[in-house]
Design a protein around this ligand. Structure first.
Ligand code: MLT
Length: 442
């Protein structure tokens, strides 16, 4: 079965325009110097070097993420919502990231239906997961399961018989296949690793995000919980994309530039997401919050928290869930979770402590100086949301992040194949080369 005609037709037109624009930009402005690069940037994780192109989203240091130009608030207001839900269909964000157009209800429903038709997980993937020891990190299991499906890649099968201009088409098909299956894989990893090893079949009456919430079945009761489904819609929208330079998106993009298919590429991206400085910061942040409550055996007072945070920093440790490489304000994704807490009147010591940390940590960090961004990022709030709905196994949080980030990774890769983005191959220098260049310029 091939992808529904309307999305493919729409993409044909969009891809044609992108290609024209890219060609024009190279021929009109190919020699223009955009920025100078400092030695400190080369040695400092390439921070702020504008060396990548990404159409799907942009992170403004002061306004945060803009998905195809739309803020989080605009996306949540404008994307179509399922009947009775407070939050939109999560697949709507993929449609927006991919096409650059806000989908109509019909567009999203068509996509939801198509995804449902592809979500049956092949038995060999279930068997592979069953045979992985349960004490294997859930992110490792997730990446293995995705890599195992590489054998099904249409892109790899068709590549050598295709015109370059058509590369994006099987990449789109593969991406749809992957998007359909990842919540089923992730939910099964959760069930087999932490619960009863029962494979919960997808429920065709539910949208993609709600179905993920249902298959996770965190209360072991198979009851459809509308609040948790709304949380999952929000969660999967918020983490979907964060421009091109973050580790997961860039690792995926870089691997795909060698014309590796989406399974190889996404698996690579997820391996990057697994790191404590990236996706697993959500788990570390919640563990830290829980450790504070455990230390006091209650909610600390504001003064106690000031002292606690200061001693923590004095011990040379980094506060998880605060600061960001690009942002200079509170991450709007963090604020979107806070709004959810208020909307659904969620109450717990964890949420109270998160509010207190929001007051205390930026003050402490700012008072100590030299902090580029003392404000909380999404990881400072996201784990608490899952914990509240009984997903207490913090190691699993990165997998949920991964299910969402696959939306952005796939949209970015389809776009790259559409504009025939070449293999990424930057030049590297030795430290001696850098010293010699620096001396000659001084
Ligand atoms: C992300 O969403 O990937 C993180 O905020 C990391 C980043 O954007 O650099």
């Amino acid at each position: 079965m091939k992808v529904k005609v309307s999305l493919k037709d729409k993409m044909e037109v969009i891809v044609d325009n992108w290609r024209k624009t890219y060609k024009e930009v190279i021929s009109n402005y190919g020699d223009v110097v955009i920025d100078n690069i400092k030695v400190s940037q080369i040695l400092g994780g390439m921070r702020d070097i504008p060396a990548l192109v990404c159409e799907t989203s942009f992170v403004d240091p002061y306004e945060g993420i803009k998905f195809r130009g739309y803020t989080i608030k605009e996306v949540l207001d404008k994307l179509p919502k399922p009947k009775g839900a407070n939050y939109p269909y999560a697949l709507g964000i993929w449609y927006l990231l991919l096409t650059g157009e806000m989908p109509t209800e019909n567009d999203v429903l068509e996509l939801e239906e198509y995804i449902k038709s592809k979500q049956k997980l092949p038995q060999y993937v279930i068997e592979i997961l069953r045979n992985i020891p349960s004490n294997t990190h859930p992110m490792t299991q997730f990446s293995i399961a995705i890599l195992a499906m590489q054998r099904e890649s249409l892109f790899t099968k068709e590549l050598h018989n295709l015109a370059k201009s058509d590369y994006w088409k099987p990449m789109l098909e593969d991406s749809l296949n992957l998007i359909a299956r990842v919540p089923v894989i992730a939910a099964y990893i959760y069930r087999k690793t932490y619960r009863d090893d029962v494979f919960v079949k997808p429920n065709n009456d539910l949208d993609w995000a709600a179905n993920f919430a249902y298959m996770l079945n965190p209360y072991d009761d198979y009851i459809i919980n509308p609040d948790f489904q709304d949380l999952m819609r929000l969660y999967l929208i918020l983490h979907s994309d964060h421009e091109g330079g973050n580790v997961s998106a860039h690792a995926c993009f870089n691997v795909s530039s060698a014309l590796s298919d989406i399974y190889y590429s996404v698996s690579a991206g997820l391996n990057g997401l697994a790191g404590p400085l990236h996706g697993s910061a959500s788990s570390d942040s919640l563990k830290w919050i829980l450790s504070i409550i455990k230390f006091y055996n209650r909610l600390p007072t504001e003064e106690e928290l000031y002292n606690y945070v200061n001693s923590y920093l004095d011990a040379g440790k980094i506060i998880p869930g605060f600061g960001h490489a690009v942002l200079k304000v509170t991450d709007p994704r963090y604020l979107a979770f806070r709004d959810f807490v208020d909307k659904y009147k969620l109450d717990s010591d964890i949420f109270r402590l998160i509010k207190l940390l929001y007051k205390v940590v930026p003050e402490v960090l700012s008072a100590r100086g030299k902090v580029r961004d003392p404000y909380p990022n999404v990881d400072g709030h996201s784990g608490a949301m899952l914990y509240h709905y009984n997903i207490k196994e913090t190691e699993f949080y990165t997998v949920v992040f991964g299910v969402s980030r696959i939306l952005g990774m796939t949209a970015q890769v389809i776009w790259a194949r559409a504009v025939n983005y070449p293999i990424e191959r930057p030049k590297s220098l030795t430290i001696n080369d850098i010293v010699n260049i620096a001396k000659s310029k001084k």
